[in-house]
Design a protein around this ligand. Structure first.
Ligand SMILES: [Fe+2]
Length: 384
């Protein structure tokens, strides 16, 4: 009977958090929603006062408990992934502005098991959705537990291998599924198509912040480890992982570093790009990197994938949140704009930092009248 009770708990989601502390997105209709891994942790806020207005209720009948914490949001649509724990796979769904109804684009069946891989985020090109299947997989037993396990709600199954699936946004068809080297990522950066001289699409490139297929970063980011810095260099190495997914029917994709990881201190996460380059070939990304020794990503870094160089900002003791790029109105260059990050200071204070998107030099900082917790994600909501 206890098992039946546990199952009921899982399907009611009572053991899952509704703390919407992972990300903030502005929907195409202007609503601003805070999100986390669970669907019930979706809250609508007032972007001016930051007051919570209520839960974001999905009006469809797709059900499910969890989704990708980072949907792809544009003025035209909201795309996300709903993992299917019973029959391992993912539903790719779209929601149009002004509605709360998600509609299914298509379904991807997992190539490995026993459960779908964790999808904290995923990338898209203009025409395709890339569905990642990491060997770090959801675990129903861990989802039931309120107490954290070593890998939270997940389990590491290297023998189950890693895959990337590519779905056509228009038809919902899976155009290819390839096995790739084992990987661990929280955050995909972007994806785009590669063409041959005749304009035929030959492959998809997908970039992510990749932790060398090592799950120790999950343990390292526990609060008890973050609160105390003893001068030891304990942040695990990470790199910009660049996947190449062939579209010629080959069964295997490639994974390599997009630039030398020493450029950004062998730490990389919390990435963003110029939103106008979503799904398109792009040159620059902004992220949190590392100046070692450190226990936490402690720099802001601008990555240049053409020159394969990085520019870094560092202030001793500062912990930056995800940097987000805001283009200068009328800009034509990809990096013409500013980069904003909220910084937690060593002394408990906090400030908003403004960097030049091109030179990556500090323009100004605005002190906040209160301290900030360690930052995660943010977003820019223009005042209109
Ligand atoms: Fe995230």
């Amino acid at each position: 009977m206890a098992y039946v009770g546990d199952l009921a708990k899982l399907f009611s989601g009572s053991s899952l958090t509704d703390n919407a502390n992972t990300g903030v997105v502005k929907l195409g209709d202007g609503r601003v929603v805070c999100l986390t891994e669970t669907q019930k942790g979706s809250l609508v806020i007032d972007p001016n006062s930051l007051e919570t207005l209520g839960r974001f209720e999905y009006s469809d009948s797709l059900g499910g408990l969890i989704h990708s914490a980072h949907p792809i949001v544009t003025d035209a649509e909201f795309l996300t992934l709903l993992p299917d724990l019973l029959k391992p796979g993912y539903l790719v769904v779209r929601m149009e502005p002004g509605t709360n109804e998600r509609k299914v684009i298509g379904r991807v069946n997992c190539s490995g098991g026993p459960a779908p891989g964790w999808v904290h985020s995923f990338p898209v090109t203009q025409h395709y959705v890339v569905v990642p299947e990491m060997p770090l997989r959801y675990c129903a037993q861990n989802l039931l537990r309120a107490e954290p396990t070593p890998l939270y709600k997940f389990e590491w199954h290297p023998q189950s291998k890693a895959f990337l699936h590519v779905m056509c946004k228009a038809s919902g068809k899976v155009v290819t599924s390839v096995e790739v080297p084992l990987f661990v990522t929280f955050h995909f950066i972007n994806a785009y198509k590669e063409e041959d001289e005749d304009g035929r699409v030959t492959s998809i490139i997908a970039d992510c912040c990749e932790h060398h297929a090592d799950t120790s970063i999950l343990d390292q980011l526990r609060l008890k480890n973050l609160r105390f810095f003893k001068g030891e260099d304990v942040l695990p190495d990470a790199r910009v992982g660049r996947f190449k997914i062939p579209l010629d029917g080959s069964r295997n994709g490639k994974l390599e570093a997009a630039l030398e990881a020493d450029e950004h201190g062998r730490g990389i996460d919390m990435c963003s790009i110029n939103p106008a380059y979503l799904g398109k070939k792009y040159r620059y990304a902004y992220a949190c990197g590392a100046q070692r020794p450190c226990h936490f990503p402690n720099t802001l870094t601008k990555l240049d994938f053409v020159e394969k160089k990085a520019k870094n900002w560092y202030d001793e003791g500062a912990v930056p949140s995800e940097p987000f790029f805001v283009a200068r109105p009328g800009a034509t260059e990809e990096d013409d704009g500013v980069v904003i990050s909220l910084i937690s200071e060593k002394n408990g204070g906090g400030y908003a930092l403004l960097l030049d998107g091109s030179t990556f030099k500090e323009i100004t900082r605005a002190k906040l009248p209160y301290g900030l917790p360690y930052g995660l994600h943010g977003c820019w909501v223009p005042k209109k």
